[in-house]
Design a protein around this ligand. Structure first.
Ligand code: NDP
Length: 316
């Protein structure tokens, strides 16, 4: 049916929410089936970050108008290239803020209070032999947040309730928060003993957290990354954990997911999660709905709901 717009799927995108609803109005084209016969007519891409939506892929789609990313982080979409081509890019902001902030506090508490190690201790029968050793505390710590955007603010609000002081580093001070601002990350790392990372991935933030920042965080330092694996120099982090130049880390994200460097697996001072920041049925459903709503709104001529910064709407 020539009148049905086609939507390219770069992989499975929440079959029961996204694919189910889009298939009522569109022809779905799984990327494995993309060829010269069906490339024309693809007006939208729905993507989840496994496959890069780069300039070369967009070049194959002469009728492409919109790329809808499932997830607020769209570092696997070349949004600058899309902008040059006049292609709209959308993401799924806000609907996941509270969920990701919940997980971040859980990961922070698990890391500081050895919750995962304590569970392993009970399962291994250790409690019958001895009490669990006394461990580190969140009390008297200051938390430095790298990134004070939508999710960073939701994390900070939770820390307020825990009576833990919050400071932050971003490129510019955020007008709507009263936490102390550090213009330089390394200065903030020196001043705090918990560093929580929640900035976007991509080239601009690559290895922002390097050996110097980790050294500044210091031997009592706790490092939590719920942003992207690329933001931290993983080799430097592994060395810091091994040599105990920082105390512990909680990681939800890695440079080459799902491959977690072997070195981490052997350490007892790191909590490892499989990128689950937003992964509940409730929040993933809301994210999927926003992907659908962006594409259908666009196809209806009503514009995107949540365009990214590189492709503003209405056009400047
Ligand atoms: P926002 O765009 O609302 O906030 C991003 C923050 O990062 C802003 O405060 C921004 O401030 C700051 N920032 C951006 N670039 C830099 C830089 N180079 N140096 C210092 N600070 C910087 O994003 P969200 O809060 O909605 O999401 C943040 C990221 O979290 C996402 O892009 C995604 O990668 C990740 N994420 C991870 C999840 C998981 O499952 N683990 C789930 C959801 C999101 P300024 O521009 O002033 O520098």
């Amino acid at each position: 049916d020539g009148a049905r717009p086609a939507v390219l799927l770069t992989g499975p995108v929440m079959e029961d929410v996204v694919e189910h609803q889009l298939s009522a109005r569109c022809t779905l084209v799984p990327i494995e089936t993309l060829d010269a016969s069906n490339a024309a007519g693809v007006r939208a891409i729905a993507t989840r970050g496994k496959v890069r939506v780069d300039d070369a892929l967009m070049a194959r789609l002469p009728d492409l108008e919109i790329v809808a990313n499932f997830g607020v982080g769209y570092d696997t979409v070349d949004a600058a290239a899309a902008a040059r081509r006049g292609v709209m890019v959308t993401n799924t902001p806000d609907v996941l803020n509270e969920e990701v902030a919940d997980l971040t506090l859980g990961l922070l508490l698990a890391t500081v209070r050895d919750i995962v190690q304590a569970d392993r201790f009970v399962r291994a029968g250790g409690w019958k032999a001895a009490a669990f050793p006394l461990g580190p505390t969140l009390r008297d710590r200051t938390v430095g947040i790298l990134g004070m955007g939508r999710i960073g603010k939701a994390i900070a609000r939770r820390l307020d309730a825990f009576s833990v002081p919050v400071v932050y580093h971003t490129r510019r001070p955020q007008p709507d928060v009263s936490y102390r601002y550090y213009p330089h990350l390394v200065d903030m790392a020196r001043a705090v003993d918990v560093l929580v990372v929640i900035v976007p991935g991509g080239p601009a933030t690559r290895h922002l957290v390097n050996a110097e920042v980790l050294a500044a965080l210091g031997p009592d330092g706790i490092f939590i990354n719920v942003a992207r694996g690329t933001v931290v120099d993983e080799a430097a982090l592994l060395a810091a954990l091994k040599e105990r130049t920082i105390l512990a880390a909680g990681l939800d994200v890695f440079e080459d997911e799902p491959n977690v460097p072997e070195g981490f697996l052997a350490l007892d001072n790191v909590v490892l999660l499989p990128h689950v920041g937003s992964s509940t049925r409730y929040t993933r459903g809301a994210m999927g709905q926003l992907v659908v709503d962006n594409i259908l709104s666009w196809l209806d001529g009503a514009g995107p709901l949540t365009p990214v910064a590189e492709t503003p709407w209405p056009k400047a």
